[in-house]
Ligand binder design. Sequence first.
Ligand SMILES: Cc1cc2nc3c(=O)[nH]c(=O)nc-3n(C[C@H](O)[C@H](O)[C@H](O)COP(=O)(O)OP(=O)(O)OC[C@H]3O[C@@H](n4cnc5c(N)ncnc54)[C@H](O)[C@@H]3O)c2cc1C
Length: 649
Amino acid sequence: MSNSYDRYLGMHRKITRRDFMNGAAMAIGATWLPSFSMGNSPAAQEPQNETGYYPSTRTGMRGSHPGSFEVAHSLRDGTFWDSAGEPADTGESYDLVIVGAGISGLSAAYFFREQAGKSARVLLLENTDDFGGHAKRNEFHLGGRLQLMNGGTVSIDSPTPYSPVADGLLKKLGVDPPQFEEKYSDNKLYRSLGLRSAVFFDKETFGEDRLVLSPGRDWDEDDARHQNAWKAFLEKTPLSPQVQRDILRIQTSKIDFMPGLPSTEKKARLSKISYRDFLINVVKADPGVIPFYQRRTEGEWGVGIDAEPALDCWAEGLPGFDGMGLEPGAAPHMSYSAAGYANGGSYDFHFPDGNASIARLLVRELIPDAIGGHAAEDIVTAQVDYNHLDRQAAPIRLRLNSTVVRVQNVGPPNSAKEVQIAYASGSKVFSVRAKGCVLACWNMMIPYLCPDLPDAQKEALHYLVKVPLVYTSVGIKKWTAFQKLGIHNASAPGCYWSGVGLNSAMKMGTYRTPTSPDDPILIHLGRTPCKPGLPAREQHKIGRYELLATPFEVFERNIRDQLARILKNGGFDPARDIEAITVNRWPHGYGYEYNPLFDPDWPEDQRPNVIGRKRFGRITIANTDSAATAYTDAAIDQAYRAVNELKES
Ligand SMILES: Cc1cc2nc3c(=O)[nH]c(=O)nc-3n(C[C@H](O)[C@H](O)[C@H](O)COP(=O)(O)OP(=O)(O)OC[C@H]3O[C@@H](n4cnc5c(N)ncnc54)[C@H](O)[C@@H]3O)c2cc1C
C-alpha cells in the first residue's frame, strides 16, 4: 500500500480506535505476562472499581482484547506456574464459584440462587474486562447521541424452539421476543428510503470493482419475474456469460438434478457431498460460479461451501434445490443448525446491542445495585455501575479481569466437599474456596484448569474447536453515500470483509437509531477467517491463528479500503467520514457443531461434548461447547444442567 493511498484512506486520522498493543504482539502470549506475585486483598486493586471504568465504550481491539488471554495462553504453554508461585488465599468462601461471566455463567448464577435462596453466596470470575462473554455491547456516542451495536452474539434466534427452561428465563427477565420484534424493530425504515441490498464485485476476484443492486425479492411466486430480475442483475455484473447462465440456472430453474430418486435417497446423497461439489459435479455448473457462492455459509458455520454438506445448505435456503422435490423437514446426517432450521427454527429478535441486553438484564437481577431500571426496554439505555459488581457485603459478586488458572476438588473427587479455585488478576494470583464450581468457560481451556480430569474426558474437551470470527462496528459521520447508491448493505464475496451493512433500524424505550442520512450511524462488517479445502476443524484452527496474528492496523486498512471502494460513487470519503472503529475479535467464537462431512456419527453418549461435560466431583461444566452448538438458548440450558448436577452430587 502506498503512503498516498494510506493518506487517502485516512490511516493518519486521529479517531477513537487503536489500542497501543496490537494483536500481533499479543499472539505470542507469554511475552507480555507480568511477573506474578502473592496477592493481598483483591478487591482493593480491581480496575473495575476505578472511577470512569466503562468497558462497553472502549474502541480499538475488543472481543478477545489485549490483556485478556495472555495468562490462559501461558497456562496452555506450560509456562504460567514458572513465574506465578502459589496463590495467596483471600480467605473468601462461597457456595458457588462460576468461571466465565457469559450468558451461561450468568444464567448459572441465576438458577443457583433460585434453588439455594437469596442469601446464597456466589462469585463469578471473568477474564475479560466486561461481563457478557460473546454477548458484548459496543456503545458509541456519535455526535453526542447514544448508538449501540452488538460486538458478538446478536439474536434471540435458534434452530430449535427455546426450551421451557430458556424460555422461562427470558420471561422472568421480561423479554417477549415475538412481541418485541413486532414493536421495536423498524424493518420498514430503509425500504421507505428506497434502500436495497447489493453485491460488490472486487477487481482482485472478479476483474473489476463494481457494485450491483441485488435482484430483490418482490417477485412473489411469479417465476417469470423471478427469472427476469436475476437476468437483469447478472447482466450488470462483471461475470462471464457462461457463469451468468449457470447462476441463473441455479437461482431460478426448477430442474431435478438427481432425477429418478426418492427424496430420502436424494437427501442421503446430499448429506455426503459439499455444496461446492453439488454445484460442480451434480448441477454441472462452470467452476466460475464458485467465487459468487463460496462464502455463503461462513456466517452460520465459519467455513465456506467447500466444507458444508449440500443438504445443510438446502436447509439454510441456498439455491439449486427448487426442482428436486425434497420433502420438507430434517433428515439423518444433518448438522444441529441445519436440522433445526429444516424443522422451523425459533424466534428471531435482537436488542440494539444484541444479547448483551440479556447479559445486562441478568446482572441487574443478580446485583440490583449495579444497574438501575425495571423493564426489559430500559436496559438498553441503563448505565452500569461497575464498582458495585464486586462488593464484599453482596451475596453475588462479579470479578472482572480475573483469569481462572486452577480448579481443584479438595480431596478425592468422589468425596470432596469443597473446591479450591485460583485466578490471576493483574500481576497477582489469588485463591478462593467454594462448595461447588461451574465451569462456564470454554471446553478447550478446562483440561488446563483441571489437569486431574480423566484422560478420555480431557481428550473429548479438546475435540471441539471454536469457530473464529470478527465483527466490526464502525461509526461514520453520515450515510448519504448509502442513500445515493440506494443500498443499506452490500455483500462482498471476494473481499476481506464478507459484508458491510447499516445498523438495523430500531426504536426501543428512549433509544432510537438514526433516521436521517445526514446523521452519524454505525455500520457492521464481518469476517470469518478460514482456509478452504481443509477439514472444518483445521480451517478453524488456522483462522484462529490468523485473527490473533492480525494487527489492528491491518483490520483498519481493510475497513477503510473496502468502504472507500464500495461507496465510492456515493461520495464516501474514508478519511473524512470514519469517526470510530471497534474490532471485536473472537478467535474462540461459536461453539463447534458436528459436521456430517468430517465427524463420525457417534451415538449420543459417545459424543465428545457429552463425554467432556461430565461432572468431576464438585465441579460441573456449562457453556455452549457442552451442547456442541452456539446459541444463547443452549448456553442457558447447559447452565441449568450444570447447576442441577451439583445439587444431585
Ligand atoms: C460473533 C458471534 C456471534 C454470535 N451470534 C449469535 C446469535 O446471534 N445468536 C445466538 O444465540 N448465539 C450467537 N452466538 C453464540 C454465542 O456463543 C452464544 O449465544 C452465547 O453467547 C455463548 O455464551 P456462553 O456463556 O456459553 O459463552 P461465552 O459467551 O463465550 O462466555 C464464556 C466466558 O468465559 C470466559 N472465560 C474463558 N476462560 C476463562 C477463564 N479461565 N477464567 C475466567 N473466565 C474465562 C470468556 O472470556 C467468556 O467471557 C454468537 C457468537 C459469536 C462469537
